[in-house]
Ligand binder design. Structure first.
Ligand code: SF4
Length: 347
């Protein structure tokens, strides 16, 4: 394990190294990941005061793990979106996390108009859209990915989410989200965004049909992209939630042990390349998120205010963790809470 620490710090972890970690003693694994976290980012645990806004639950992509699509049947108006943002601004939010959908109405023009209207009314960071939304909006608008990203950036899009990555292995995607962008298409949108100066998060959605080798291949793809573009702000591991979706009828999702191993192995593979690893309280629950913060993670994500997507899939840990609660959760594990913005700058 000492060798693992050194190889991670120097960015030399190979696929074989990572595969060996999967069957190693988990306590040794967690210990190395925690030491790496200490060395790379120190004792601070960051979080962002934000609000999720899911514009619509209409979506043509029909992913097998999605519990959100058509769960209510709504489309928010611009006025409703602005009202939600006002509420977030009133509690000091610095970020709006804007989730769209894939429908014929969600064109590049629609997103650009919405984003510039928000920016005209509020001085807040807009973290929105993922590669699947950009890819389909571009197609519907008959624009290239580059043209679409340029228009979105000029309208005021600050950063993009790295959602829709799931597992970047096409044989897995064929089983869990066959209509979604392919691995190559996801990578292309992300790289174009980074080149255009739009930073993004990176994500991994694990716990469906993928193997550990698939997870490791996915993390290595993210590391390669980061070494080329330096555009990822963080990794957000997302455990599969199995309520109210087709895949959930056959699959239970990952164990708590696997949840912790994903965070630890991600820390070891990504080393200094992607120094920020999130423990998502809304997916894991607060106690598991605290444990993940002791196994390599260093960020507790957002205060959220709402997350219709996770709630529809069975997350039962609430939708809002206000700033004071974030402080309590972090200090309870003897770490130092620090509020950040989307780009990991202190607020
Ligand atoms: S996960 Fe996203 S892309 Fe897939 S069906 Fe649900 S809303 Fe659509």
């Amino acid at each position: 394990m000492e060798d693992t620490y050194e190889r991670s710090i120097s960015g030399e972890i190979t696929k074989d190294d990572a595969l060996k970690l999967v069957n190693s003693n988990p306590f040794d694994l967690f210990n190395v990941a925690n030491q790496l976290r200490e060395e790379i980012v120190g004792e601070e645990v960051t979080f962002v005061v934000n609000r999720n806004i899911d514009i619509t639950d209409q979506c043509l992509i029909k992913c097998g793990f999605c519990s959100f699509r058509d769960s209510i049947g709504y489309n928010m108006t611009t006025e409703e979106i602005l009202r939600d943002i006002r509420e977030a601004v009133n509690v000091g939010a610095t970020e709006i996390c804007l989730f769209g959908g894939v429908t014929p109405e969600m064109t590049v023009e629609y997103y650009c108009n919405l984003i510039s209207t928000i920016k005209t009314n509020y001085n807040i960071d807009i973290h929105g859209l993922s590669p699947v939304e950009v890819f389909h909006a571009a197609k519907t608008s008959e624009l290239t990915i580059k043209e679409s990203l340029k228009a979105l950036k000029e309208s005021g899009l600050d950063t993009m989410t790295g959602a829709s990555a799931e597992i970047l292995v096409d044989s897995v995607r064929a089983k869990i989200c066959p209509n979604k962008v392919s691995t190559a298409e996801w990578v292309n949108v992300i790289k174009e965004a980074h080149k255009m100066g739009i930073p993004t998060t990176s994500t991994i959605m694990y716990g469906t049909v993928e193997t550990w080798e698939d997870r490791i291949n996915h993390l290595l793809i993210l590391r390669d992209i980061q070494r080329e573009t330096h555009g990822f702000t963080e990794l957000v591991p997302m455990t599969f939630l199995n309520q109210n979706n087709i895949l959930g009828m056959q699959l239970k999702g990952s164990s708590g042990l696997d949840d912790l191993k994903v965070h630890a192995i991600a820390r070891i593979i990504l080393g200094k390349d992607i120094p920020n690893i999130q423990a998502s309280w809304i997916k894991l629950g607060i106690r598991m998120a605290q444990l993940a913060l002791c196994c390599g993670a260093n960020d507790l994500g957002g205060t959220m205010m709402e997350d219709k997507i996770s709630i529809a899939a069975g997350a039962s840990y609430g939708e809002h963790l206000p700033r004071e609660e974030m402080f309590k959760v972090i200090t309870a594990i003897d770490r130092m809470p620090v509020e950040r913005n989307t780009l990991y700058q202190r607020v």
